[in-house]
Design a protein around this ligand. Structure first.
Ligand code: SAM
Length: 306
């Protein structure tokens, strides 16, 4: 919780206080911390001024070290603030009143735009547009998938595959990987990135459901930072996908969801996942854990009954 009396707060605009305090308390990866602070800032100048004025006021050594690390990352990534603002401008929607197909088309267009601005930031804003930061985060996700025994051959579906960064890494370990995405722009980049593999397929989906696929056709379905957009799309899109995932999974097949929503409320996500997974007859075996150092994702793993 933010300590309202901390002297450093005086130089920090209201909107930046909580994300900065969360980062300074520790536990938030530096690129995620910088992303949140920049998202909350009104401008590059405002963020830069607040951070440089805050640093000498921090009495806690660990917090001062963390802030120095954040400022250094920003120095090494000078375009970070402008990029964060440009990508955010594409994916901010207040269109809950529109029809489902209009909402989904708006998301497809938004992700086409973000892919054109920066493939890396378009799929993971915390990469700040840097290939090396995205690679590090991807390595960590794939290592976790391997550790959890999810990459032992079989057929996988990447739901919301984006630029195909996960497919590219896991294709050598699987019999076949299919990626679906609502955005043609994302898929065009994925095709370039993964074109050398003969055991993959990349398909554009309606975003409504997984009607493209037959029952019991996958051993693994994974969704890396995709469910939050299904949830944001409103209606019953997230529930429908969960039911459809249960349908396309083989008995004992696994669903891995990294981030269910962007609510920031892990207990609420746990309750919602329990409800939608339960309704789809999927058993939750990893219930909202934090497993990464490069990314603050929350993991849910589910299994289809034998
Ligand atoms: C934050 S990006 C993550 C991409 C990829 N999973 C990754 O981690 O690199 C979210 C992706 O979900 C896709 N997406 C959003 N809504 C979708 C839907 N209803 N159906 C399929 N894909 C969707 C977007 O086009 C975008 O590529």
């Amino acid at each position: 919780m933010l300590k309202q009396e901390a002297p450093w707060l005086a130089h920090v605009p209201q909107a930046m206080r909580q994300p900065l305090a969360d980062y300074l308390e520790g536990g938030v990866p530096v690129s995620v911390g910088l992303m949140h602070v920049l998202m909350a800032a009104e401008s590059t100048h405002q963020a830069r001024t607040a951070l440089t004025q805050t640093h000498p006021l921090l009495q806690d050594e660990a917090a001062a070290r963390r802030l120095a690390e954040l400022i250094q990352l920003w120095d090494e990534t000078p375009q970070a603030c402008e990029l964060v603002k440009r990508v955010l401008a594409c994916v901010r929607h207040d269109d809950t009143g529109r029809s489902e197909s209009n909402r989904l088309s708006a998301w497809a267009a938004a992700f086409d735009q973000t892919a054109a601005i920066s493939a890396e930031a378009g799929v993971a804003l915390y990469s700040l547009g840097r290939g090396d930061l995205l690679d590090r985060a991807t390595d960590e996700v794939v290592a976790a998938m391997r550790k959890w025994n999810l990459l032992n051959g079989g057929i996988a579906l990447d739901l919301g595959c984006g630029i195909g960064r996960i497919i590219e890494r896991i294709a050598p370990e699987m019999d076949r990987v299919v990626g679906v995405d609502i955005s043609g722009g994302m898929l065009a980049t994925a095709r370039l990135r993964c074109g050398r593999f003969t055991n993959i397929a990349l398909l554009q989906s309606s975003g409504r459901d997984l009607a493209l696929f037959r029952d019991a056709s996958f051993d693994l379905v994974y969704a890396v930072d995709t469910f939050p957009y299904l949830v944001l799309s409103g209606g019953d899109i997230a529930e429908r996908h969960m039911r459809d995932i249960a349908r396309v999974l083989r008995p004992r097949g696994t669903l891995l969801v990294l981030n269910y929503s962007y609510s920031g409320n892990r207990e609420r996500d746990r309750r919602e996942v329990a409800a939608v997974a339960g309704a789809a007859s999927l058993q939750v075996v990893r219930d909202g854990t934090r497993d990464f150092t490069t990314w603050d994702a929350v993991t849910f793993q589910m299994v289809r009954a034998p």
